[in-house]
Design a protein around this ligand. Structure first.
Ligand code: HEM
Ligand SMILES: [Cu+2]
Length: 763
């Protein structure tokens, strides 16, 4: 089949369907009196449309530019999505019988590029443009006109990058009428097929002129992104309203700020590398040729942009998660500061790991090893985010709205995507899985599992604010479930077939994989269907959704989460429509539980004294807690040894392990000292991540988790009743330990607070 014709037809159909929906939806409203549109009315309508068009083309208002960005990104996303559906369609059969292998290569190239460059960043910049100034109480972005320019660079960039499709269709059409020999140029331009990483030497040698257009298009998009990033930074830094300080800046703005910071360093580098590649192609320079800098140089430059780019894509999504999730559990974001620090940490680390994309090349093994270490370390800040989301939900009052379904689904896919990424960061494993579907499964669980999920969650969450109407909430819940389900089926299947060793980027594959490939394709179609349902819901509800009747559509006042952008919304409704501000039933008001505030006087957040003093105080409190916990635990273990379910031999081995004389006594001492020192420190570090509002509960949970490790570590072959006894004693001993720690901490904390309060009143 002819790829270009099919793709253009699908896109045109989508476009016509959207226009049709729009026409019907608003047509209904126009003719609600039963009349029809008259000629004059039609002319009026055309004039009105002209004026509208002019307004949208020249606007510098951040909300309108935001909507333009979102619309543009959606179009690109659908375009890249059609590529994806076509890729998956090819893979229904083991042979390349739907498109040619060359077409398949072109499809994954344009799919990857379109999604990464023209879909994700524009949509996030759009959301940022719309809501960020409202959230920080700014009148507009810092540079409204630059903002407009930044946006208007994108459509030409996309058209340049993907002109091949139109050339192909045009060529096909023209050959019906003219001699193919008279239009050689048009017939040689086709979609690029060198992979989204544009690796030299393939990208230099490809005779397709579209490669040059693509490079120019990418360059332009890079300029657009940089300009947008500068604007975000300036806006957050200088346009904050009164009352919005760095200390109470919302989490989404933090994320947009950090993302923009990364973009500011990453994109100019990409721009230079693109120009170098363009020169290699057209002016016989040798930046990336073997006789010059070499192809590996391209990879270094590319990934020094490419890895941070991944974080540019995903940090705004985590920002949305951290913002939206708490609204539907009635608790404020757990560990706000930890989340901000983890974002900052990621931004720095993201530049330091680029060569993990090059483990399979011949770069120096010592270099590789250090990149491996940093790549594994980068899991820590990501994990911090996950812990904080989970802990925010813990014990919360969960409302399963469409945005919440997407948040929960997003956490799930992110965990799987993230954990599979840690494996890839390990060189030997990467060598094994590099170039297989495992990689495709891994990164799609993240790029699909958290990015579009959270974009859609945000579209639902702010829909009332943007349109003043409700979307169809039942359809939205159904759509969210479909999306989570479809993505999981598709990309988990890819992980599995990648684990079995199936190479990626190939249109032809061994027949035994057919069933799995078909399952993945069906999953992808489900994702595609859910995207269409979302689009339908957005468009139709814009004209026909139920009007929002209250100034607090999400009932956020009840939990004290009525943030700035909703206050803006309320003011607008009150001014424009004379609506009464919504007041929740006072009996129902239960401010969101804020763990941070609740523990403001806790160990880690001592407000008085220098950092040093806090550290010393924490350490001494921990030491005291550790001793009490250890004494309690020693009692438990001692009993276990007496009863015969715990074998002191295990302690001997412990002593030998660290090179001390292998006697039970030394082992026991080591065990007690270790317990008294390390455990309280771990406890302090993790207390923030463990569920439960009370230190007491935290202690129990912590002890239970740790004891499972000790169960395994000190198991010396007990069976039957002895084993049951062993398990019981390990658990009881650890619980005693955990409770001992917790109670001691509590007590010492209370003492300390008393002291501080006392000091405070005296001062
Ligand atoms: C339903 C949604 C999607 C499906 C079914 C899908 C499917 C695919 C398939 C089949 C491939 C080619 C695998 C190969 O042959 O190596 C691919 C590659 C890729 N996809 Fe997706 N994808 C989807 C969404 C996304 C999104 C949202 C992004 C980015 C934000 C994305 C980024 C990429 C990238 C970067 C590649 C690599 C291209 C290359 O190998 O050069 N995909 N995808
Ligand atoms: Cu990377």
């Amino acid at each position: 089949m002819n790829r270009a014709v099919v793709e253009v037809t699908v896109l045109a159909t989508l476009f016509v369907a959207c226009v049709g929906l729009w026409w019907r939806a608003r047509g209904d409203r126009l003719t609600s009196d039963g009349g029809y549109v008259e000629r004059d009315a039609l002319l009026d309508e055309i004039e009105r449309l002209q004026q509208e068009a002019l307004r949208w083309l020249t606007t510098t208002n951040h909300r309108e530019i935001g909507l333009l960005y979102i619309a543009f990104g959606t179009v690109a996303g659908l375009w890249g999505g059609v590529d994806a559906m076509m890729l998956r369609t090819e893979l229904l059969t083991p042979a390349a019988d739907i498109w040619t292998p060359e077409t398949y290569n072109a499809l994954f190239t344009t799919h990857g590029l379109t999604m990464l460059i023209f879909f994700v960043a524009p949509v996030f910049f759009g959301i940022g443009n719309y809501v960020l100034p409202l959230m920080i109480d700014a009148d507009d972005m810092a540079f409204p006109r630059v903002n407009a320019i930044g946006f208007w660079l994108l459509p030409p960039a996309l058209l340049l990058a993907r002109a091949g499709l139109f050339f192909q269709v045009a060529g096909q059409g023209l050959t019906l009428f003219v001699d193919p020999d008279s239009i050689p140029f048009i017939l040689t331009v086709r979609e690029v097929a060198v992979g989204w990483t544009l690796y030299a030497p393939l990208s230099i040698q490809s005779p397709n002129p579209q490669v040059d257009l693509l490079l120019v298009g990418l360059h332009l998009s890079g300029v657009a992104t940089t300009v947008g990033a500068i604007n975000f930074i300036a806006t957050v830094a200088f346009e904050r309203g009164e009352g919005v300080t760095w200390a109470n800046l919302d989490i989404f703005s933090w994320n947009m700020l950090v993302t923009s910071g990364i973009a500011l360093f990453a994109f100019p580098l990409l721009g230079s590398a693109l120009v170098m590649l363009l020169m290699d192609r057209n002016f016989a320079t040798t930046f990336f040729a073997v006789e010059g800098g070499g192809p590996i140089l391209w990879q270094h430059l590319f990934w020094f942009w490419g890895h941070p780019e991944v974080y540019i894509l995903f940090l705004p999504a985590t920002g949305l998660m951290s913002l939206i999730l708490p609204k539907f559990v009635g608790r404020s974001l757990f560990g706000f500061r930890a989340v901000v620090y983890s974002t900052l940490g990621l931004s720095v680390l993201s530049f330091g790991v680029w060569a993990h994309h090059m483990f399979a090349t011949g770069i120096d093994p010592r270099l590789k090893a250090s990149f491996m270490a940093v790549s594994i370390a980068i899991a820590v800040p990501s994990a911090i985010k996950v812990f904080n989301w989970l802990t925010t939900m813990w014990d919360g009052d969960v409302r399963l709205t469409a945005p919440m379904i997407l948040c929960v689904g997003g956490i799930g896919t992110f965990i799987i995507g993230g954990v599979t990424g840690v494996f890839l960061a390990v060189i030997p494993i990467d060598i094994l899985y590099h170039g297989t579907y495992y990689v495709v499964g891994h990164f799609h669980l993240i790029v699909v599992g958290i990015i579009p999920f959270l974009m859609i969650a945000a579209s639902y969450y702010w829909y009332p604010l943007i349109t003043g109407r409700w979307y169809d909430r039942r359809l939205a819940r159904f759509q969210s479930v479909l999306l989570v389900f479809g993505s999981t089926v598709t990309f988990m299947t890819l992980l599995v077939i990648g684990g079995l060793g199936l190479p990626r980027r190939q249109a032809i594959y061994p027949a035994e994989y057919q069933l799995a490939q078909q399952i993945a394709t069906v999953g992808a179609y489900v994702v595609g269907l859910s995207a269409l349902l979302w689009l339908y819901n957005m468009l139709v509800s814009y004209w026909q959704g139920a009007r929002v009747e209250t100034t607090d559509p999400w009932d956020l006042k009840r939990t004290n989460q009525f943030t700035n952008e909703w206050q803006w919304f309320e003011r607008r409704l009150v001014d424009r429509y004379d609506m009464d501000p919504y007041e929740p039933d006072p009996d129902e008001v239960r401010p969101a539980f804020d763990a941070e505030a609740a523990s403001a006087s806790s160990l880690t957040a001592g407000a008085v004294g220098s950092t040093w003093r806090t550290v010393v105080e924490n350490a001494s409190v921990a030491a005291a807690g550790g001793v009490v916990g250890t004494v309690l635990m020693a009692g438990g273990l001692g009993t276990a040894a007496l009863v015969g379910v715990f074998d002191p031999i295990a302690l001997t081995e412990l002593a030998e392990l660290v090179g001390l004389p292998g006697t039970p006594l030394v082992g026991a001492l080591l065990f007690l000292v270790g317990g008294a020192v390390t455990w309280p420190l771990l406890f302090l570090a993790f207390a923030e991540y463990l569920p439960g509002r009370l230190l007491f509960e935290t202690g129990l949970v912590f002890a239970t988790i740790i004891s499972s490790g000790f169960l395994i570590a000190f198991y010396t072959g007990q069976t039957g009743l002895a084993f049951v006894g062993y398990v019981a004693f390990v658990l009881v001993a650890h619980w005693a330990y955990g409770v001992g720690l917790a109670v001691t901490f509590r007590y010492l904390q209370a003492k300390r607070r008393e002291r501080h309060d006392h000091a405070g009143t005296e001062a």
